[in-house]
Every structure is written in C-alpha cells, then in structure tokens.
Write a protein that binds this ligand. Sequence first.
Ligand SMILES: Cc1cc2nc3c(=O)[nH]c(=O)nc-3n(C[C@H](O)[C@H](O)[C@H](O)COP(=O)(O)O)c2cc1C
Length: 174
Amino acid sequence: MTEEYCTELLLGRRSIRRFKPEDVSDEILYRVIEIARYAPSARNSQPWEFIVVRDAELKEKLAGIHAGAKPLRQAPLAVVVVCDPRKSPVSYMLDCANAATYFLLAAHALGLGTLWIQALRNTDEIRELLKIPEGRVPVAIIAVGWPDESPEPRPRRELKEITHLNSYGEPYIK
Ligand SMILES: Cc1cc2nc3c(=O)[nH]c(=O)nc-3n(C[C@H](O)[C@H](O)[C@H](O)COP(=O)(O)O)c2cc1C
C-alpha cells in the first residue's frame, strides 16, 4: 500500500449519480460492509447497522423520497445506514457518519460508485418503508453501483479559509 495510492484513493472519490445497469454481487458488498465496520466510534460503540435494499419496489420508493434521491433509480441497490442512539447516546450521528464515509471509500477502492443521499428529513418515512424499529435512526441512504460517469472534483474551500493557528481567527497559512 503506497502513500501515493492512499492519497489518490481519498482524492479520487466522487459522488456518482449515473450507474451502469450491471448488478453488484453480494460478495463484493459484504467486503465493503466488512471494511465499513472499521470506522472509529465513541467507546467503540459501533451503533450502526446496514440494510441492503435490492427490492426494486422499495428502492423506487426510496428514490422518490426527495429530488436529490432520484439517482438511486439507476443504481442496482441502496444501503441504508441505521443507527442505534442507545449504543452511543452523545455521538451516534458522528459514529454512523464515519461508518458511511468508510463505506464510500471502501466501495471506491473496489471500483464501485456511491452517492450519499440525505435521509435525515425523511426518517419516519424510511423507518416505515424498511420496517426499522422505533428508536433506531436511518442516517444515510447510499446508492451503490458501477459508475457510468467520471465527474470532475467539486470545488473545495481554500486551506487559508478553513485553518487557524492556536486561536480562532489567527491565520495558519499566511
Ligand atoms: C450528509 C450528506 C447528504 C447528501 N445528500 C445528497 C443528496 O440527497 N443527493 C445528492 O445528489 N447528493 C447528496 N450528497 C452528496 C454531496 O452533494 C457531495 O458529497 C458534495 O457535493 C461533494 O461532492 P463529492 O462527493 O463528489 O466530493 C450528500 C452528502 C452528504 C455528506
């Protein structure tokens, strides 16, 4: 594992909104979820679970929850990251966001494309669709498939704008 490979992996991930029709095997999906489990979590609480949605009707309903979810229509499957706040009362959102990010990066390492779809405005609807028990929170829907586009990187804020030295407002980069 070279330094160059690792940095390229991190810099090369993109949100993918166009997918090829080919399926993604369970074998490869298991591998991605296996890796996502290694995300850091408060007290190693691991408050996450993953629902793999392959059912066409359910996937179509998820794709219709808001305008930004539409790209899921094309993807062969979705993975919904579900969080249990009782396992990590203070940090469950962060823990599960870490797992989702690990998922995106692991998928990218294996050549898959992903899109993180906002779930937090539609938690009741998603809970009902996927029969998620009360008290558990669907924090992210991830569209997964083989990429059919290579988007340019989205713009990033300048380092100068987002860094400080010792106290807030003191420039780190002059
Ligand atoms: C919490 C969260 C919610 C997002 N929701 C959506 C969404 O609903 N639809 C969408 O197309 N992209 C969504 N995105 C993807 C972002 O738009 C994308 O990550 C950002 O524009 C940067 O582009 P990149 O992922 O290609 O680097 C979401 C990303 C995050 C982290």
